[in-house]
Ligand binder design. Structure first.
Ligand SMILES: Cc1cc2nc3c(=O)[nH]c(=O)nc-3n(C[C@H](O)[C@H](O)[C@H](O)COP(=O)(O)OP(=O)(O)OC[C@H]3O[C@@H](n4cnc5c(N)ncnc54)[C@H](O)[C@@H]3O)c2cc1C
Length: 381
């Protein structure tokens, strides 16, 4: 089909990737973002091979990677701080600051011709390709891409939600300064991502820049003593005695006003599109973050959509091909990220087994399937 005019709702990973991929294929693109700028929460995103393929196809891979850290090893610890399993990283070899990636995606989208409008919330949409903005104005397009996040206004206006599964777990992401000795240790032992499990809690941390750690704390949503802002180091030390100093540093140095506890969710839609509107990213397929692939799937499905539109005779058949092609892998990841995260809820002896189970090649293959996937719409690197 001939490229036309596209309106994109949301300037996150999914919306900006869609903007670039469509503009590169000849579409005129306008992005509506409700925030007043690209600034969002500061935290690290794990970059896997599938995402690296996409950044490469956008011509920004080197600059993306320059803003983060390569992680050499992943160590899983038990409550005592003993290493249960150590492996070279294949799943998330890089950890990059989110703001840095978003800024580069937006720059690339503008270079490709996209117009990004801020303070521009979308309040409604109809299947014929019309959206309503907060100021009451209505705009029409040949294609609307709703990438407006887990609480998507567009998805809900269209009645596409099939299931919203609230997990038992929630998490907070922060960054904290690294100590000089921690920075120096990179040169001797390599960079390490630590993941520790104890009680119904999990701690993950690794460098995100030379001078900062990215930290993700996870616990059950009912664990009122653990999911406080800021955290109480005594409460977390009870589960992880060897990480006491880390918890004090998290309490004292994280940017708490900028941080929030996210209750993890899984979103499933009746279908990913209706009329001229496609829904993608967390709006269509949010997932708990244990496999760190939410942003990866948002970008992969944005690129896959642009590729499908390029090949199909009309929007309806492009949407059909796109969903048929991308949805099974997305649902595979939704399933396996929940399986991985279930370690948190297991009794102590089973936690160890659950970590070690990754040594079974079949299980490891399920975990890394999406990371090793070459996204639709690009040629292999
Ligand atoms: C604790 C945690 C850790 C995570 N770690 C990782 C990780 O390591 N790797 C990874 O790949 N993923 C990770 N994720 C998931 C990842 O953050 C999301 O999957 C990703 O941000 C989804 O991108 P998106 O573009 O769909 O939505 P979002 O990033 O939520 O972007 C949506 C955009 O739409 C805008 N918007 C919303 N409503 C409107 C409206 N009505 N009008 C206009 N604009 C609107 C928002 O302001 C926002 O800019 C993690 C998630 C959590 C909760």
């Amino acid at each position: 089909m001939q490229p036309g005019h596209a309106l994109i709702v949301g300037a996150g990973f999914g919306g900006l990737a869609a903007a670039i991929a469509l503009a590169q294929r000849g579409w005129t693109v306008r992005v509506h973002e409700r925030r007043d700028s690209l600034r969002g929460e500061g935290y690290g995103i794990a970059i896997h091979n599938n995402m690296a393929h996409i950044f490469s196809s956008f011509g920004i891979l080197d600059r993306v990677l320059a803003g983060g850290m390569k992680i050499d090893r992943r160590d899983s610890l038990d409550a005592q701080g003993d290493v249960v399993m150590s492996r070279k990283t294949t799943r998330s070899p890089y950890r990059i600051d989110r703001q840095h990636i978003i800024a580069l995606l937006a720059e690339r989208a503008r270079e490709a011709g996209a117009d990004i409008r801020f303070d521009s919330p979308v309040t409604g949409a109809t299947p014929d390709g019309a959206i309503t903005l907060g100021d009451g104005s209505m705009h029409r397009a040949d294609l609307v891409v709703a990438a407006d996040g887990v609480n998507s206004t567009v998805r809900d206006a269209l009645g596409l939600l099939k299931q919203r599964i609230w997990g038992r777990d929630c998490g907070v992401r922060v960054t904290i300064p690294r100590l000089p000795e921690e920075i120096a240790a990179d040169d001797c032992g390599g960079t390490v991502m630590i993941e520790a499990w104890a009680d119904k809690r999990r701690v993950l941390f690794c460098p995100v820049t030379k001078s900062e750690f990215y930290v993700l704390l996870t616990c059950t949503a009912r664990d009122a003593k653990a999911c406080t802002t800021p955290i109480d180091p005594t409460v977390w030390t009870r589960s992880f005695p060897s990480l006491r100093d880390l918890f004090v540093r998290i309490r004292d140095t994280a940017d708490w006003p900028q941080s929030r506890w996210d209750h993890f969710q899984t979103i499933r839609l009746k279908r990913w599109s209706v009329g001229r509107i496609a829904v993608l990213g967390d709006a269509a397929h949010a997932m708990p973050p244990y496999l760190a692939q939410g942003a990866g799937h948002a970008m992969m499905n944005a690129l896959g959509l642009a590729a499908a539109l390029e090949r199909a005779p009309d929007v309806a058949s492009a949407f059909e091909q796109w969903e048929r092609r991308e949805r099974p892998l997305t649902e595979h990841t939704q399933r396996w990220t929940r399986i991985y995260g279930a370690t948190m809820f297991l009794p102590k002896p089973f936690k160890r087994v659950s970590i070690l189970v990754e040594k079974i090649p079949w299980v490891a293959t399920q975990y890394v399937r999406v990371a090793n996937h070459v996204p639709t719409g690009i040629s292999p690197m």
